[in-house]
Design a protein around this ligand. Structure first.
Ligand SMILES: Cc1cc2nc3c(=O)[nH]c(=O)nc-3n(C[C@H](O)[C@H](O)[C@H](O)COP(=O)(O)O)c2cc1C
Length: 490
């Protein structure tokens, strides 16, 4: 039987919430109450980035919607989401959403995609976000608003043509994941001689980003997508695999090429700081509606290819290589902006986006989801100690729900992280950071994300993403009923 964990909302006081953390042996600072900007909240303090100012300590994580046109152009749904990001009050908008550098690198047929011949729609998307920020916070408010575009190739998880068919391009043959995506031979493996073309596509997308006015590009290296997968290519032969030098080469080459072609453009990296084996529901437990508890899908966790994990046990974190990579990107490529995340939503969502209710392709959480949040936050703390001079954005805060502001305030105050990123929460309650900074009752309108995972279950079943339970916009759409049926197992 899957374990049942206490709901965060069930802790009626900060003390009860702290007691729950202590009962799990977790060390996490929690403020008594969140402060407003007027009271001098640390979350309202600016951050410096290479001579630019980021106006506060709140960040919007990239949140893809699976809702573009099939030719890669934005839609009104996308424009609305980006405007909501602008109204959030966050001063760092990280990536907005994954932007495929070329059509075959899309994670779904409706992903926002680089169209070098048609960049105006992208400019309008960005303009809408900035306009909304000004409408909410005043005409000069965009001076300390920093917006980036997240450049991606989805690698193993490419589905450029059909929602139900992977067209994977992988870094190496994987002992567990190949079967999940239907890779059966070496034809899917990126050859070394194809990589210069890939680097060119990243540079071309970065040039477009610079041209339309983004402040930075994120060279996405997380969540099992291509650039992250290369980092665990221990068995990949040749120049781009094997040792640390080889496995990190492609990422370093992409960043180096963007640096030399777009010297005025800031570069950030979103990195899965650690990883674990692929999980699946425990065989023989659960049914179609309620999946079994997550267990690793491998008889041995030794020598499992995971970046940021121990070679003798991939369930255990080892930050030696991730730290070395971050230092190298800082020292050799001048990267000063990192967004740290973990794992992958495809094969170990409980470490990546801890949730009370799993997505339809997931499993019941094998640990109290709060353990997963603290694992990420503490890993970032360790990195911050070694890299005090870069801007670090942290992830996995949405699950804290009503106590998110208390945790955010405390971890920034303690110097564990520079900026607190919000993902799922920004889909349900996009003005929460602004409300906290104004000292308002942020929970009054009951829009706090309860991690129902509908925003993941919908796209896993070929539908657009969004907050179906709490954002009325989705309640009125035909997908709302369809999703209900999917969840009911019909
Ligand atoms: C619907 C959905 C879309 C996402 N899209 C992206 C994306 O495009 N790029 C990315 O790096 N992460 C993406 N993520 C991951 C989030 O940015 C974030 O890391 C994750 O939700 C955990 O943060 P949270 O606990 O605040 O939700 C997505 C997550 C969800 C649920």
């Amino acid at each position: 039987m899957a374990a049942v964990y206490p709901r965060v909302g069930g802790h009626k006081t900060v003390a009860a919430f702290q007691q729950h953390l202590a009962s799990l042996g977790l060390k996490l600072p929690v403020a008594e109450r969140p402060q407003s900007a007027a009271e001098g909240s640390v979350l309202a303090a600016p951050l410096e980035l290479q001579g630019r100012v980021i106006g506060n300590r709140w960040c919007v994580h990239p949140m893809e919607g699976w809702d573009g046109e099939t030719d890669g152009r934005p839609t009104e749904m996308m424009r609305r989401r980006w405007r909501n990001f602008g109204a959030s009050g966050c001063k760092l908008i990280w990536g907005c959403e994954a932007f495929a550098i070329r059509p075959d690198g899309r994670a779904n047929p409706r992903q926002l995609t680089h169209r070098p011949h048609d960049i105006e729609p992208l400019r309008e998307l960005l303009h809408g976000l900035r306009q909304e920020h000004q409408a909410s916070f005043g005409p000069s408010s965009t001076e300390d608003l920093i917006v980036g575009l997240q450049l991606t190739h989805s690698g193993r998880f490419c589905k450029p043509t059909r929602n139900d068919t992977f067209e994977s391009r992988v870094a190496y043959r994987h002992p567990v994941l190949d079967a999940r995506v239907g890779v059966t031979d070496d034809a899917s493996v990126f050859r070394d001689d194809e990589l210069p073309g890939l680097v060119e596509a990243y540079v071309a997308a970065a040039k477009t980003a610079e041209q339309v006015g983004f402040d930075f590009v994120d060279v996405k290296a997380c969540h099992g997508y291509l650039m992250h997968e290369f980092l665990s290519g221990f068995t990949r032969p040749g120049e781009y695999g094997g040792d640390f030098e080889g496995r990190t080469r492609l990422l370093r080459e992409v960043i180096g090429a963007i640096r030399s072609e777009c010297p005025g453009l800031e570069i950030g990296v979103r990195l899965s700081l650690f990883d674990q084996p692929a999980f699946r529901p425990k065989p023989g437990e659960g049914d179609a509606r309620k999946k079994g508890t997550g267990v690793p899908e491998t008889c041995s966790v030794e020598h499992y290819p995971a970046f940021g994990a121990r070679a003798d046990n991939a369930l255990k974190m080892d930050l030696t290589e991730p730290l070395a990579l971050l230092k190298r990107l800082r020292d050799e490529h001048g990267v000063r902006l990192f967004n740290l995340t973990a794992g992958s939503p495809y094969y170990n969502p409980h470490i990546q986006r801890p949730a009370f209710y799993p997505p339809s392709d997931g499993y019941q959480p094998p640990e109290d989801p709060i353990v997963g949040c603290v694992r990420q936050i503490d890993a970032v703390r360790q990195i911050k100690q070694s890299l005090p001079d870069v801007v670090l954005v942290g992830t996995a805060y949405s699950y804290f729900q009503e106590y998110l502001p208390h945790v955010a305030e405390a971890v920034v105050k303690e110097g564990w992280v520079d900026s607190v990123g919000i993902g799922r929460l920004v889909l349900s309650d996009w003005t929460l950071p602004a409300k906290i900074l104004r000292g308002e009752d942020y929970a009054a309108d009951k829009k706090i994300c309860r991690t129902f995972s509908d925003c993941t279950t919908a796209p896993r079943n070929g539908m657009i993403s969004g907050c179906y339970p709490l954002d009325d916009y989705y309640k009125e759409r035909p997908e709302f009923d369809l999703l209900k049926k999917v969840k009911a197992g019909k």
